[in-house]
Design a protein around this ligand. Structure first.
Ligand code: ADP
Length: 272
């Protein structure tokens, strides 16, 4: 009867093994499906700039040789499309990288106030027609979070750039940061065109644009917010939006705050 009990256990183990094997296959299948979808999306997005360049080259071939106006126009437009493709490719790389971030920078710590001051200062310099306010009254100067500095910069640039891109006549941005009980909150508020409730659910999806034609004019490709979201969640944070059409939008990022000793421990590990 001991043999039978042993058999019985073996049966149990096999069963467990089969279940976990099945789960692994499911996960792999999901991953493969996601990759396929990504490749499909990317091809779709690259098709437009390629078609535009092709159109201009055709025009050049037919008429451009004798018409300097067409020649100039087509060259300018083609260069602009090529530039757009470069940008798109860079952002697609950023997006795929953003998924593996915690592996790359597990021990990075960053002082929030320093990065905010620098990014806001730089962007205010470039966009002098905007009033960009930075309120850090509720953020102790030495507040730190677990994130690679370059990623916090990238995140802020995406949100502030959007606030500028989708502005209307009120050219103002309010950026604020504060330390709560156990979290650091950063808010980027604009007074631009706003986003409807329906659209708010979709803007974090990759390649999603509320108005394809118009955002294309503004140089958007629908990747900024999906990169931002991937970055935030890979550092255990959260990003959300609150917006009213024609009044403006408010993007809120929340990160877990680090205690002094946690920050010190991470910094020590990063140094070794
Ligand atoms: P894009 O490169 O097109 O700006 P994003 O992923 O950053 O891509 O944003 C997706 C879409 O969400 C944008 O195309 C735009 O329609 C909308 N959106 C993002 N930020 C704002 C904002 N601050 N105000 C209004 N609409 C916005």
């Amino acid at each position: 009867s001991t043999a039978r009990i042993k058999d019985f256990h073996r049966h149990d183990e096999l069963q467990e093994l089969a279940v976990s094997f099945n789960q692994m296959l499911d996960r792999m299948q999901r991953y493969i499906d996601q990759q396929k979808e990504f490749v499909g999306d990317v091809s779709h997005e690259l098709r437009t700039p390629v078609a535009v360049i092709e159109g201009h080259l055709n025009m050049l071939e037919r008429w451009g040789k004798d018409d300097p106006e067409i020649l100039n126009e087509s060259i300018t437009a083609s260069l602009q499309e090529a530039d757009r493709m470069q940008h798109l490719i860079q952002e697609m790389l950023d997006l795929t990288r953003a998924e593996q971030i915690n592996v790359q920078y597990p021990n990075a710590v960053t002082k929030v106030a320093d990065v905010l001051k620098r990014v806001v200062g730089d962007l205010a310099m470039v966009h002098q027609d905007f009033v960009i306010r930075l309120d850090m009254d509720d953020l102790p100067e030495d507040t730190e979070i677990q994130i690679y500095q370059g990623h916090l910069e990238q995140l802020l640039v995406v949100l502030i750039d959007n606030g500028i891109k989708y502005s209307t006549d009120r050219k103002e941005l309010n950026i604020s940061a504060g330390l709560g009980q156990a979290e650091v909150q950063i808010i980027v508020q604009d007074f631009g065109e706003g986003i409807s409730k329906e659209e708010q659910k979709k803007i974090f999806n990759r390649f999603y644009r509320v108005d394809k034609a118009r955002t294309r004019e503004k140089g958007g490709n629908g990747l900024g917010l999906s990169i931002a979201q991937k970055l935030v969640t890979s550092y255990h944070g959260k990003i959300s939006v609150d917006s009213v059409v024609d009044q403006g939008s408010q993007f809120v990022i929340v990160f877990p705050a680090l205690t002094k000793s946690q920050a010190a421990r991470l910094r020590k590990r990063e140094a070794t």
